[in-house]
Design a protein around this ligand. Structure first.
Ligand SMILES: Nc1ncnc2c1ncn2[C@@H]1O[C@H](COP(=O)(O)OP(=O)(O)OP(=O)(O)O)[C@@H](O)[C@H]1O
Length: 252
């Protein structure tokens, strides 16, 4: 069953066409890798699916129902959660406040800080992430630790569709492995469907069930990862890069 379908989605920014005509589907429980050259439109597509951008045309179907996503909160209420490239953590708040942002635990009208601290610690420990103090301000963490907090927040929400925009970008090798393990765990549970943007194709092949290539605002390649090789993926993207240089423009 498809939990998400995008049909003929287009998005322009002024004269620039970021998404030309995107057709994409995501099955329940699968991990879909979205790859493509810089500027191909990957982040824009994620931002359309998470309600941040409204598409100019085309339609989105979530769990069989056509939807017009009004905002990120609206998408979240439908079970779509995102880890952005820019993270969207609040630097001045603690690790645990960030992990429970917009879904704070309460006892009556009061925040249940103790429970949030305990759960935040447990989640991070489950992930094998080393953040000594969940009371620390996020501003004081390393890039990798911040990334881990953002991923933990999304993974431990009730999201059914998880959008990860380069979740491994700021990570060291160890933390990157932890995130990949976490995605594998999610996959094993089969409840959550994931779209992951990644530039490391070996990791894509390792963790994804299927891979889509976004080229110039259109998906031009859709195959199960079992049927593609690392060389094939690399060659596809390099060819697009060369074509773009020949056209002599910066993408779009
Ligand atoms: N808010 C915006 N306003 C204007 N142009 C934008 C905006 N967001 C993205 N673009 C443009 O749309 C095109 C697609 O950008 P997008 O960030 O989706 O690409 P990407 O595939 O995610 O690239 P990268 O791999 O470099 O992150 C680019 O040319 C970019 O400059």
């Amino acid at each position: 069953m498809d939990v998400l379908v995008a049909e003929h989605v287009a998005k322009r920014f002024g004269a620039l066409t970021a998404l030309r005509d995107v057709n994409l589907r995501l099955e329940k429980g699968e991990v879909l890798g979205l790859i493509g050259d810089n500027g191909a439109g990957k982040s824009t597509l994620i931002k359309v699916i998470c309600g941040f951008h409204q598409p100019d045309s085309g339609r989105l179907v979530v769990n069989g129902q056509e939807v017009t996503l009004r905002s990120v909160d609206h998408a979240r209420s439908l079970g779509i959660d995102t880890v952005y490239q820019g993270l969207a953590l609040i630097n001045e708040l603690s690790v645990y406040h960030n992990m429970f942002l917009n879904r704070e635990l309460r006892v009556g009208p009061l925040l249940n800080n103790r429970a949030m601290r305990r759960l935040a610690r447990a989640h991070l420990e489950d992930m094998g992430v080393n953040i000594p103090n969940v009371n620390s301000e996020v501003a004081k963490l390393s890039g990798g630790q911040r990334q881990a907090v953002a991923v933990a927040r999304a993974v431990y929400s009730d999201a059914k569709i998880l959008l990860l925009d380069e979740p491994l970008a700021a990570m060291g090798a160890k933390e990157g492995t932890l995130i990949l393990d976490l995605i594998r765990d999610l996959k094993a549970r089969g409840e959550v469907s994931v779209i992951i943007i990644a530039h490391n194709y070996a990791q894509v092949l390792d963790v994804c069930d299927r891979v889509n290539l976004l080229q110039h605002g259109t998906i031009t390649f859709d195959k199960p990862t079992a049927d593609v090789s690392l060389d094939e993926l690399t060659e596809l993207v390099v060819a697009e890069y060369r074509a773009r240089r020949t056209r002599g423009n910066g993408g779009g």
